[in-house]
Design a protein around this ligand. Structure first.
Ligand SMILES: [Fe+2]
Ligand SMILES: [Fe+2]
Length: 214
């Protein structure tokens, strides 16, 4: 078990973590939270070397992916950096990467009944105005759990707030900051239910945010 107590705050600067071998040759991982080594709830960074592939598999608890670098592929298509993918229960595929890629993957975390198959190219998605100068691109919402991209222009200071249902953040670019620390691109933060902070940025920053699931 790794970081499976959701009442605890977790910060992992993944840029400082070593890649670990997976059972598939040329596929590497940085585990962030997981129930078992090869099953159950798992949140990880995953890297495919050029030409690497993974065995065909089902998604009994769903699979959520954001492509961070390169091009991820399966028999249904090619997904360049910035693609957000949800493969629900009942879906299956055989993924690979011709030239290599890096992904953030969340396995076995779908809510019951959440059966939408989703592919969003966030490079072409529409941004909507949020608080102050923030821009928000909503990616998925189901029964109180929401996932979005949030862009923070340099100098944006949000309001002090608490997180009913918790908040999970992956910093895609720039540097996210609050009174507890500084989180550069590649940092993963899990703020538990009813935690508080007062976030801001000094440089242009984009984060992936999931709320309501903790
Ligand atoms: Fe998969
Ligand atoms: Fe927050």
């Amino acid at each position: 078990m790794l970081n499976m107590d959701f009442s605890q705050k977790v910060v992992i600067h993944t840029q400082d973590q070593p890649w670990q071998e997976s059972p598939s040759k040329g596929v590497w991982r940085k585990p962030l939270a997981r129930e078992g080594i090869e099953n159950g709830h798992a949140t990880s960074l995953v890297r495919y070397d050029a030409g690497a592939g993974y065995t065909a598999h089902n998604h009994p608890g769903g699979e959520e992916i954001i492509v961070l670098e390169g091009i991820f592929s399966d028999e249904n298509g090619d997904y360049p950096a910035g693609t957000y993918i949800r493969n629900p229960q009942g879906s299956h595929h055989q993924p690979f990467s011709q030239d290599g890629c890096v992904l953030l993957v969340k396995l076995n975390q779908f809510q019951r009944g959440d059966s939408a198959q989703i592919v969003i190219d966030t490079q072409r998605g529409e941004w909507f105005p949020g608080y102050a100068e923030l821009k928000v691109m909503s990616l998925h919402t189901y029964q109180g759990i929401s996932t979005s991209l949030v862009h923070w222009p340099a100098g944006t200071h949000f309001l002090p707030h608490s997180h009913a249902g918790g908040e999970e953040i992956f910093v895609l670019n720039g540097e996210f900051i609050d009174e507890h620390g500084r989180y550069s691109a590649g940092s993963w933060i899990r703020n538990p239910h009813m935690s508080k902070h007062d976030p801001y940025v000094e440089v242009d920053t984009t984060i992936l945010v999931k709320v309501g699931h903790l």
